[in-house]
Design a protein around this ligand. Structure first.
Ligand code: FAD
Length: 318
């Protein structure tokens, strides 16, 4: 293992994402390989203190939010061909999931998505990733190069290190022909803390019975400095926007504490939260699957449990 290319993302404020900081930790754990971060051309300033060996700026990545990513993929593919990294690492964000898959296809490379552990030995990289909706973990050894990996949010500690990498720019490819047209984009509204980055997530399910109780969940999340999640049943019912959905077909979260309120704990839901450090369940059915996954649980009606839980947390925080 000699070189790693890490595609680092930045948020709307221009700050490097937690996912990128986690990816740096993961990349550095692989070996003493050279780690180069690829960033949007306009993020070169923010990237100049990343704890990596080098930074390459690619202008097309700045246009990553056009939702198509054809230009980005073409430019990244050219960069990978010219620099021949052994491993290309993305966070498992919307961007990383889409571009990682496209890049692997374009390069005819192996793709391992949603990795929670990685290690390298000799010329191969080994990864562990959830399979069957999180019901089992599978280990894969990738012997071909480059291996393209996306990393599950929260599976690695964000690096606290900083560095002074060399920064160079990479010329983009000739403009690729766009085969699809984005006619409109809508910015996803989110609280001050992104669901994927939150240390505390308070999620609600069908047992809440309607949209109103989500205001209590929001109060609790705000007191904890966290974010609100939901089961697909709650989102499908229209009680809360799908951007809050946690699970197999929603977001993956790995907070310190995941509070599941009136959620049964179906495997498809757990696929998005099972790597939380502690799960707290509030459910009136003591046989509910969520109690098999929870470290702490209260068997009871959320309407009775949650207000006193919130009041106690408020007192403790005061
Ligand atoms: C391909 C596929 C993908 C899927 N992807 C996802 C996904 O990404 N995310 C996801 O969440 N689901 C997903 N699902 C759906 C999943 O299978 C479940 O149907 C869903 O998670 C159930 O949501 P729930 O727990 O809110 O509802 P339910 O299963 O109906 O559970 C409601 C719970 O609330 C409890 N309850 C009721 N009243 C109260 C009360 N007053 N106080 C306390 N507890 C109460 C009940 O005991 C029950 O346990 C997917 C399904 C499929 C087939």
């Amino acid at each position: 293992m000699t070189s790693i290319l890490l595609v680092a993302e930045f948020d709307e404020q221009g700050d490097v994402t937690q996912g990128a900081l986690q990816a740096i930790t993961a990349a550095k754990s692989l070996s003493d390989a050279q780690v180069t971060a690829v960033v949007a051309g306009d993020a070169s300033g923010s990237a100049s203190s990343l704890a990596v060996d080098g930074v390459v700026t690619v202008s097309a990545i700045a246009a990553a939010d056009n939702g198509i990513f054809e230009q980005v993929t073409a430019d990244l593919a050219a960069l990978v061909v010219s620099s021949s990294p052994d491993v290309v690492i993305f966070s498992k964000s919307d961007f990383g999931s889409v571009v990682g898959a496209r890049l692997a296809f374009r390069l005819d490379a192996a793709l391992a998505a949603d990795c929670i552990e990685i290690s390298g030995s000799g010329g191969s990289v080994s990864v562990t990733r959830p399979v069957y909706g999180g019901s089992a973990l599978a280990e894969f050894e990738i012997a071909s190069s480059p291996a393209v990996l996306t990393l599950r949010a929260g599976a690695f500690e964000p690096t606290g290190d900083t560095g002074s990498p060399s920064v160079e720019s990479h010329d983009g490819e000739a403009t690729v022909e766009q085969r699809a047209l984005v006619s409109d984009t809508v910015a996803e509204a989110h609280e001050s803390v992104r669901l994927e980055d939150a240390d505390f997530v308070v999620s609600g399910g069908r047992g809440l019975g309607g949209p109103e109780p989500f205001s209590v969940l929001t109060d609790l999340a705000n007191v904890l400095g966290g974010a609100v999640g939901a089961s697909r049943a709650a989102c499908d019912a229209g009680w809360i926007d799908h951007s809050h959905q946690v699970g197999l077909t929603g977001k993956t979260v790995s907070p310190d504490v995941y509070i599941a309120v009136a959620i049964s704990g179906a495997s498809q839901h757990m696929a998005g939260c099972s790597s939380s450090r502690a799960i707290v369940a509030i459910n009136k059915d003591g046989d509910s699957n969520i109690f098999k996954e929870a470290r702490f649980g209260v068997v009871g009606d959320w309407e009775k449990v949650l207000p006193s839980f919130l009041a106690t947390v408020r007192d403790l925080k005061a």
